[in-house]
Every structure is written in structure tokens, then in C-alpha cells.
Design a protein. Structure first.
Length: 158
């Protein structure tokens, strides 16, 4: 567990509200109590990595300001997962071939290809539905039924 998250569940986090505009404030505060700090120390977390007791100011969206070139498509994230042994063997064997990419890169590439193909299928299905006259008529009927039900509920309430 990272130290900054140690008191998160019970810590009070307040943000200056812009209630009139409905927008979220970029500034907020994170409060760590002495009890939360001591509990984190008791769990063996390093004192240097913990937020000290008190109120700490944070800025929402600070990561994006500090890293404007961040692209989630190219950022690598370390994870731990279980794969079937035969799948791992397959990609490791491919990686052992001359001039081949490492097996992790090949697995990532295979997952990306699947993701991009799947996204395309969804787009094609949506486009096909929008061209399907029977579908449009059916949706229009459902919308009309729900609107008339809502009108009846409003009339009963009044």
C-alpha cells in the first residue's frame, strides 16, 4: 500500500466548491489525523513516504499539468497476471526467433490488435443499427411508451 493512500478511507477530503457554476474546484485539501499517521507507522510504512498529520493542499489535475505529453496509449503500466502456460510458451518461442520483439511486447501487440478490432466492430454495429428502419421504429415506440408513462406519473402526482 502506498503511504499517501494510508488514511484515505477515513481521512476527510474537502474541496472548495463552486456550487453556483457546478464545476469542480482545482484545489482541495486532504486531512490526515494523528491516529491515521500512527496506524500507518504501525503497519510498517516508511515515515518519509507518509503524509504527516495535518491538512495537505492538493491540486486536482496536477499530473496533467506536470506531464502534458502523457499519452495513455504509449504509457506502460506494470501489472501482474496469470496466463495459461501454453500461451506464455507460444509468445516466448516467438520472442526467441532472430530479430523478434520481446514476448511481453508481442502479448501487448496482440491485445492491442484485439482491442482495436473490437472497437471497430462496435462502431460498425452502431452504424448498422442506425440504418435499420425496424430498429428505429422499435426504439421510437419504446420512447413514446416511456414518455406517456412518465406523463401519467406526473399527472397522478399533481
Amino acid at each position: 500500500m502506498k503511504a499517501k493512500k494510508a488514511g484515505k478511507s477515513t481521512a476527510k477530503s474537502t474541496a472548495r466548491s463552486k456550487a453556483k457554476s457546478g464545476a469542480k474546484s482545482e484545489e482541495g485539501y486532504f486531512e490526515v489525523t494523528e491516529a491515521e499517521y500512527q496506524a500507518s507507522l504501525a503497519k510498517g510504512l516508511d515515515e518519509e513516504s507518509l503524509l504527516k498529520p495535518g491538512r495537505h493542499k492538493f491540486i486536482r489535475g496536477g499530473f496533467k499539468k506536470m506531464h502534458p505529453d502523457y499519452d495513455p496509449k504509449t504509457a506502460k503500466v506494470k501489472i501482474s497476471m496469470y496466463l495459461d502456460q501454453d500461451i506464455l510458451n507460444f509468445f516466448r518461442a516467438r520472442a526467441a526467433e532472430p530479430h523478434a520483439a520481446p514476448y511481453q511486447t508481442q502479448i501487448n501487440q496482440a491485445l492491442r490488435e484485439f482491442m482495436e478490432r473490437s472497437a471497430g466492430v462496435v462502431t460498425i454495429r452502431r452504424a448498422a443499427l442506425l440504418e435499420d428502419e425496424e430498429f428505429i421504429v422499435a426504439v421510437a415506440g419504446l420512447v413514446q411508451t416511456r414518455l406517456s408513462s412518465a406523463d401519467k406519473s406526473k399527472r397522478k402526482a399533481a
